[in-house]
Write a protein that binds this ligand. Structure first.
Ligand code: C2O
Ligand code: CU
Length: 488
């Protein structure tokens, strides 16, 4: 297989690529004439920025902040977002990750729109159909620009309901710091965790690798209900520990869990691009959230980009970020060791009826084998990430008709994690490694398929258009692991 950036899937209409044809999506837009209830403007800029750690990032930012501003909106309301590209040479779009918007609003350069060039703007309009925790990011040369900062959290609230207690978004991201081996073009060799502040209103915390001094600590009165919205904005899975209280997993990828039960001492593993909401009542003592990267020795050992130790490839150092909630405000800052069994959504919560069951007849059945091979680009060997032994754009699209029930299996025959993200739809997990899901219906838009794993998922083809289905390790996507879901 041969693949290169010239074939990348999200380089439409940017200065770095010829203007790819954008399909005719007339009729697949959001409401164009009604008055929007809520308006946002996202202005993308390119500017070197100093982190709290003192390290510098060749940042690309929305509205000057890293990450971009948290957007809060209500389910069902008409939202209008104006994207302005001030001076990002790569071009910019906005994809609403996990929000099932009409196809023309999906923000994929080269597929649903052309990239917005410096000096240009683009208006998105949609009604978010479900409440939950989502995020947004540019989808033009995304493997580069998301790492450098063109992303932010997107929270959809139920109309009429005000979040009670503490409702906090925690975005994890490793920043590609300048200097040393991390300088430009090697964005994976530096890093740091980031926790976004209270309800997204500033107060960013970034920790440098190995630097324990910049951790966030907040006073929360005992008895206060707390919801932490955990967003993993990195390529690799991350492990989260929540110590000091039993907690519940309230939502996965913006889908409420039915009948969640108390977990104690369980670690959470969140896919790159995935989200988990946890809830608890603040106890009398401190609660410690600790985020670490996920060691994947195999990713490092094959000598190509992969999910290395904490996503900070080759540094051999441990990277953590933490949030301490404490009624007294005086608790010790030292986070506890991150050990324990992993939370497993497969059997968590209470089953309710789903649109798919053992008796469902599927109109389509797709099998996707995730793999890798060494290809050549410009005469140099490079890793390509494959689906059914092919790379984008040579992977046949999943063709569906509106209304189809669709079953898809993912089998990972490679040595790296693949967080598979489907645009425009949510997938119901049916089984993992042949073991049926028995807990709360597990809906996901970003499913981490670990080496050797096999998942079966189902979805209904209810959102016409041309959609992306790709690995959200954005380096893997750049190097081939992308296909389309297309409606006849
Ligand atoms: Cu979060 Cu195709 O993207
Ligand atoms: Cu992948």
């Amino acid at each position: 297989a041969t693949v290169g950036h010239a074939h990348a899937y999200d380089t439409g209409g940017g200065p770095a690529a010829g203007a790819a044809p954008v399909r005719d999506l007339a009729g697949l837009t959001g409401p164009r004439t009604e008055q929007p209830t809520t308006r946002f403007t996202l202005t993308a800029t390119s500017r070197t920025t100093t982190l709290a750690s003192g390290e510098k990032v060749a940042a690309l930012a929305f509205n000057g902040s890293l990450p971009g501003p948290e957007l809060r909106m209500k389910r069902g309301e008409l939202v209008e977002v104006t994207l302005v590209n001030q001076n990002v040479p790569e071009g910019v779009t906005v994809h609403w990750h996990g929000v099932d918007v009409p196809n023309a609003e999906d923000g994929v350069a080269g597929v649903t729109q052309n990239a917005v060039r410096p000096g240009q703007r683009h208006v998105y309009r949609f009604r978010p159909p479900r409440a939950g925790t989502f995020w947004y990011h540019s989808h033009q040369q995304s493997s580069t620009v998301v790492t450098r900062g063109l992303f932010g959290a997107l929270i959809v609230e139920e109309p009429g309901a005000r979040p009670e207690g503490v409702d906090r978004t925690v975005v994890a991201h490793a920043w590609p710091v300048l200097g040393g081996t991390g300088e430009q073009g090697g964005p994976h060799r530096g890093g740091g965790g980031a926790l976004s502040g209270r309800n997204g209103a500033g107060g960013l915390l970034r920790t440098a690798i190995g630097d324990d001094t910049r951790r966030r600590q907040e006073k929360v009165a005992a008895g206060t209900p707390v919801r932490l919205r955990l967003v993993n904005a990195d390529n690799c899975p991350r492990t989260y520990s929540l110590a000091g209280t039993p907690y519940q997993v309230a939502a996965i990828d913006g889908n409420e869990v039915n009948g969640p039960t108390d977990l104690d001492g369980r670690l959470l593993r969140i896919a790159g691009g995935g989200r988990v909401d946890v809830t608890f009542r603040q106890p009398a003592g401190p609660v410690h959230l600790t985020i670490v990267g996920d060691a994947n020795a195999s990713g490092a050992s094959h000598g190509f980009e992969g999910c290395g130790e904490d996503g900070a490839y080759g540094t051999g150092r441990t990277e953590t970020a933490s949030l301490l909630l404490d009624p007294s405000g005086t608790a010790t800052r030292t986070p506890p060791a991150v050990t324990g069994p992993l939370f497993d959504p497969l059997h968590y919560g209470t089953r309710t009826t789903t649109p798919f069951g053992p008796g469902t007849r599927y109109d389509r059945d797709f099998h996707l084998v995730l793999g890798n091979s060494v290809g050549f680009f410009d005469g140099r060997p490079m890793m390509t990430w494959t689906i059914n032994n092919a790379v984008y754009p040579d992977i046949p699209a999943l063709l569906v008709k509106e209304g189809d029930t669709v079953r898809t299996s993912f089998v990972n025959r490679s040595l790296d994690d693949h967080p598979m993200h489907l645009h425009g739809h949510r997938m119901l997990v049916l089984s993992r490694d042949g073991e049926p899901a028995t807990g709360s219906p597990w809906w996901t838009d970003t499913l981490n398929v670990a080496p050797g794993e096999r998942y079966e998922v189902a979805f209904r083809a209810d959102n016409p258009g041309v959609w992306m289905d790709h690995c959200h390790n954005l380096d893997h996507a750049r190097d081939g692991m992308v296909l389309h879901l297309a409606y006849d």
